[in-house]
Design a protein around this ligand. Sequence first.
Ligand SMILES: *[C@@H]1O[C@H](CO)[C@@H](O)[C@H](O)[C@H]1NC(C)=O
Ligand SMILES: *[C@@H]1O[C@H](CO)[C@@H](O)[C@H](O)[C@H]1NC(C)=O
Length: 142
Amino acid sequence: MSKLLQLLSLSLIILISQFFHISHGDVGTAARYSSPYSPTQCFGSDPSQFPSSNLFAAAGDGIWDNGASCGRQYLVRCISASKPRTCIQGQTIQIRIIDYIGTAPSLPSVNGTTIVLSRTAFQTIANSSVDVASINIEFQQV
Ligand SMILES: *[C@@H]1O[C@H](CO)[C@@H](O)[C@H](O)[C@H]1NC(C)=O
Ligand SMILES: *[C@@H]1O[C@H](CO)[C@@H](O)[C@H](O)[C@H]1NC(C)=O
C-alpha cells in the first residue's frame, strides 16, 4: 500500500470511530429484576405505567436523579459481558424508567448497576442461555 493510501484509510478509520463515538451514549452496567414489579417509587400501583412491550427498568443510583428520571426513556444495547456470546448483536431496546431499584419490591440480580432491566428487557438484548448477573451496556436518553 502506498503512503497516501495508508494515510487515507487511517483518516477514514478515525472519522468513522469519531462518528460512532458521537452518535452513541454513555457506557454503564445493567442487572435484571423480576416480578413483583409493583408498587413502584415513580407511579405506585398504576397498571398503565407498564408499557405493553414489557420493556421497562428501575434506575440505579447513577441515573435516578432524585426521581427526575421517572418516565424517562432510554435506548439500551448490550456491548459486552463476562461470558462469551452473551450480547445479542444488533439488538437495541427502548425502555421506560418506572422505579428506583433501592426501593423496588424485588431485588436485582446484582447490586450497584446503572440500570436494572425487566426480565423481558434483559432477555431481549442478552442471550438467556448464558448465566450472567449483569452486562455492560451503552445507553442514551431519548
Ligand atoms: C446463546 O448461548 C448459547 C450457550 O452459550 C450459545 O450456544 C448460543 O450460540 C448463543 N446464542 C447467540 C445468539 O449468541
Ligand atoms: C443487594 O443488597 C441487598 C440489600 O443490602 C441484599 O439483601 C442483597 O442480597 C444484595 N444482592 C446481591 C446479589 O448481592
